[in-house]
Design a protein around this ligand. Structure first.
Ligand code: CTP
Ligand code: CA
Length: 222
């Protein structure tokens, strides 16, 4: 651990992290999902716990081990994730890393069969925005951080998302390359003060650097 995190900068603080994708059932055997390995979110939960925070990690379906010292709540759908986030409050800081599926279907009770005719049409319903709801919550965490995965105009979209969702910071990453599922990430931190671009680093290092910044923002002394 870095000198900063080994000093337990976040002792006594409560942190909430969402990570991974959500799965929205189409029928009992099929689902809609976003691409997300969960690695960056799990790394952030681990770094927060290393820094002494009391961490709740709300995780969509991922193939990752629970980081040491972290309380993990597994969910599948966006609706379940939203409920788990609400139940985990209050928190001093929330880091919403999950790649929440934007749409769900009504979910057929029985497996949809190929009929030999035209393929079925999926009618999509927009999922609740967990980050935006948290921003408007009476128990809004003092520091609310969103992520933005973009394939183009990364910083422009991130600035708009920050304002639109009511987050304090947006961590923007360009996912047009091999970020998805990989171990490295290159991000831009969008705050009220402007945009900071961090050099490409391992997801663990990005997590530790973000946690150091969270500790500063929460006024924790080292
Ligand atoms: N997010 C959320 N609930 C949703 C959708 C997104 O909490 N239903 C959160 C993500 O966890 C992330 C941030 O909002 O922290 C941005 O997600 P993103 O998918 O980039 O933004 P959207 O607003 O969904 O816009 P779009 O997918 O159209 O770019
Ligand atoms: Ca989205």
């Amino acid at each position: 651990a870095s000198p900063r995190t080994s000093g337990k900068a976040l002792a006594g603080k409560r942190a909430l992290v969402t990570a991974g994708p959500t799965h929205e059932p189409i029928d009992p055997v099929r689902y809609i999902a976003n691409r997300s390995s969960g690695k960056q979110g799990f790394a952030i939960a681990a770094a927060l716990a290393e820094a002494g925070a009391d961490v709740t990690l709300v995780a969509g379906p991922v193939a990752l081990a629970t980081p040491a010292g972290v309380s993990r709540i597994d969910v599948e759908t966006a609706a379940e994730m939203a409920a788990a986030v609400e139940a985990a409050l209050p928190a001093d800081v929330a880091v919403m890393v999950a790649a929440v599926a934007d749409w769900r279907t009504d979910g057929a009770e029985q497996k949809i069969k190929k009929s030999g005719d035209a393929p079925p049409t999926l009618s999509l319903i927009e999922n609740p925005d967990i980050l935006a709801s948290l921003a408007a919550n009476a128990r809004r965490p003092a520091l609310l951080i969103g992520f933005a995965a973009e394939t183009q105009d990364v910083m422009t979209h991130a600035v708009v998302k920050r304002a639109h969702k009511g987050a304090d910071w947006i961590v923007a990453n360009d996912v047009s390359g091999d970020v998805m599922g990989g171990d490295r990430n290159s991000v831009h931190i969008v705050t009220a003060g402007g945009i900071e671009s961090w050099p490409s680093a391992s997801k663990d290092d990005v997590a530790r650097r973000l946690v150091a910044r969270i500790a500063d923002a929460l006024g924790a002394s080292v």
